[in-house]
Design a protein around this ligand. Structure first.
Ligand code: SF4
Length: 375
């Protein structure tokens, strides 16, 4: 199936009116190395030519395929994720961006970066295309821990200079940190505390996202400890605020308990569902209508940042999440009824490419009360 017809198949599976917004997502599947803690889809390229070839040819072809949709749809956001988008040489990134019809009309443009790949020249390109948000994966200052995770270490002086350059041009910089990397236990809290302090004191980004290691079991105790840690950081540094840290103690405990129950219900110790949910348009899960380009096979129409998004209006998050949870639960019933709960993606692709598979899926959806797709 070509890209256009695949897109039509998936969008028609769930003809739910778009309650929120259209989002363009581009997945760049390359990284300097594969970090051990990472759950995202990427590979280490053979060399520069593989990256340039992907961007100019593969991605270029997809942009051409979707030129009409891109030119006529009002997208409110562009998110370039990966992988490591800034592994793309700046001039190549510049041309790729320039080739996207309607790019200028997209109000919120965001991109992910890594400390060792983002350069001054990228800053110029991003500023020229009026990007608003750059998220850089710092993860931890602990070099030994990074080495153990097969992760690049950052040149802090160069990173600070890039952050200054971005912020001077009005671009919001987010730094990602990951807690519980060392042992996955409460013993790692001191490292998280030190990472948070150093990020604020030495790099002062506009935003910090403190993740919990996806490969370590998440317990309410650890989640509450992180909330306490963030609260203390916000008290020390009033320029920062965090909605989680504003929760009352009993609400935070309840929140952590519900999250633990939710994971149990999904039989998933991590935060993300793979399998069929990977194929479900975000419109259904979170009210986003996502067009995804690039190499996103494992990520088709599923991504963390579209979840409890930074971009959601805060008053909408609770309602959207509640609806999403209920929908996920009902979709899991559909998966189970078709024996697809643990099918690998290749099998799912086959299932959906086959008309009988789609028909069976539609019937199961109807049984669960979902609207009937029109083809
Ligand atoms: S650089 Fe980022 S996307 Fe790439 S492997 Fe590491 S954590 Fe994953």
């Amino acid at each position: 199936m070509d890209y256009i017809s695949k897109h039509r198949v998936f969008s028609k599976l769930f003809p739910i009116p778009n309650r929120w917004k259209n989002v363009l997502y581009i997945h760049i599947p390359f990284c300097l190395q594969r970090c051990r803690f990472c759950i995202y889809f990427s590979k280490v390229p053979e060399g520069r030519s593989e990256i340039v070839n992907f961007v100019n040819n593969e991605l270029g072809r997809q942009i051409d395929d979707y030129a009409e949709i891109l030119a006529t749809t009002l997208f409110s956001e562009l998110y370039i994720g990966g992988g490591t988008p800034t592994i793309i040489p700046p001039t190549v990134l510049d041309s790729a961006l320039a080739s996207i019809p309607g790019l200028d009309g997209i109000a919120m443009k965001a991109i992910e970066a890594s400390p060792r790949t983002i350069r001054r020249e990228h800053v110029d390109v991003l500023a020229a295309h009026r990007f608003r948000y750059v998220s850089i994966g710092l993860q931890t200052f602990n070099a030994e821990l990074l080495r153990r995770e097969n992760r690049e270490t950052a040149d802090l002086a160069a990173l600070a200079s890039v952050i200054d350059g971005l912020q001077a041009r009005g671009i919001i910089v987010n730094l990602d940190l990951i807690a519980f990397l060392a042992t996955g236990s409460m013993a790692d809290l001191a490292q998280a505390d030190s990472d948070l302090r150093r990020t604020i004191d030495e790099l002062a980004p506009a935003s910090i996202t403190l993740h919990s290691n996806y490969n370590a079991a998440k317990t309410p105790e650890k989640q509450l400890a992180l909330i306490r840690l963030v609260r203390a950081a916000c008290e020390r540094s009033p320029a920062y605020s965090c909605t989680n840290s504003l929760l009352l103690d009993e609400d935070a405990a309840e929140d952590a308990r519900c999250a633990a129950e939710y994971r149990l219900m999904r039989q998933d110790v991590r935060d993300f569902g793979f399998y069929l949910l990977a194929k479900v348009p975000q419109a259904l899960r979170f009210g986003y209508n996502v067009l995804a380009l690039g190499d996103y096979d494992l990520f088709k129409l599923r991504s963390n940042f579209f979840g409890v998004s930074d971009f959601y209006p805060p008053h909408a998050q609770a309602g959207v999440l509640a609806a999403a949870r209920e929908t996920e639960w009902r979709l899991s019933e559909v998966r189970h009824s078709l024996g697809l709960a643990h099918a690998p993606l290749s099998e799912l692709d086959e299932f959906f490419t086959d008309a009988r598979g789609r028909a069976a899926y539609m019937t199961a959806l109807q049984t669960e009360g979902f609207p009937t797709p029109t083809w």
